[in-house]
Design a protein around this ligand. Structure first.
Ligand code: ATP
Ligand code: MG
Length: 226
């Protein structure tokens, strides 16, 4: 589902954020991406849908990540940003979650039905005409996730999906993600969440994948539990 070889990227500032990333994600696999602040995890994710472009090889669902495939890739990759503020932009929750399905050609009524179903799934029941900026951090995160699930992507790429969530909401998200068949790549500092959701983990450091293996082993080796 994802294959990266020797991926390198430098920000305009000259900072080399990715220094040869080798990474693989198989269909149906759930992988945690662990590693220190500033190690390049978000930068790597932003390459998967072409928001950033580096040098080296990168394929998503078998397609090289280059402009001619962006539309196809963005349909296959459901991307939850680190900051849900970056994701929600329409005047109401329902419109926001309908946006993706409408883009893929669904009729208004079908898009709304699907949006309501995924909003229920993420635990936002009713009040769908509220503006997203009136929501709490955790509610925004759930609505953003609903927007992604609504387009039924092949891979879920989640950048710190639990940061704003209270413990029951984390548990609910865990169960929801466990029930979804898609491949998942989850960047998180929440090791308990990573262990429960992802059998394997990759550890990032200074723009490279330093190690990959069973999540418990990686957590232990890098002393990564709080
Ligand atoms: N727009 C930018 N311009 C210059 N440098 C940047 C930019 N965005 C990120 N960086 C730098 O690139 C490095 C990697 O950042 P990135 O956001 O990928 O880290 P991360 O592993 O996701 O960290 P965190 O765990 O804190 O989210 C950091 O040192 C950061 O300062
Ligand atoms: Mg990050």
């Amino acid at each position: 589902m994802i294959e990266s070889r020797g991926l390198r990227f430098q920000y305009d500032s000259g900072f080399e954020a990715l220094r040869g990333v080798d990474f693989r994600l198989e269909a149906g696999q759930s992988m945690a991406l662990l590693g220190p602040n500033g190690s390049g995890k978000t930068t790597f994710l932003l390459h998967l849908n072409g928001v950033l472009r580096g040098e080296g090889e990168l394929k998503v669902c078998g397609l090289p990540v280059e402009p001619r495939h962006y539309v196809a890739i963005r349909r296959k990759v459901g991307f939850l940003f680190q900051d849900p503020e970056d994701q929600l932009f329409l005047p109401s929750i329902l419109e926001d979650v309908c946006f993706g399905p409408l883009q893929t050609g669904l009729k208004q009524a079908e898009a709304e039905a699907r949006a309501k179903a995924v909003l229920e799934q993420v635990g936002i029941r009713g009040g769908w005409d509220r503006p997203p900026y009136h929501l709490s951090g955790g509610e925004k995160q759930r609505v953003a996730l609903a927007g992604i699930l609504a387009v039924q992507p092949e891979i879920l790429v989640l950048d710190e999906p639990t940061t704003h969530l209270d413990p029951p909401a984390r548990r609910h998200l865990l169960e929801l993600l466990q029930s979804l068949p898609q491949a998942k790549l989850v960047v998180t500092h929440d090791t308990a969440f990573a262990r429960a959701l992802c059998p394997r983990a990759s550890f990032f450091e200074q723009g490279q994948v330093l190690a990959e293996g069973p999540t418990d082993e990686i957590v232990q080796r890098f002393n990564w539990a709080i």
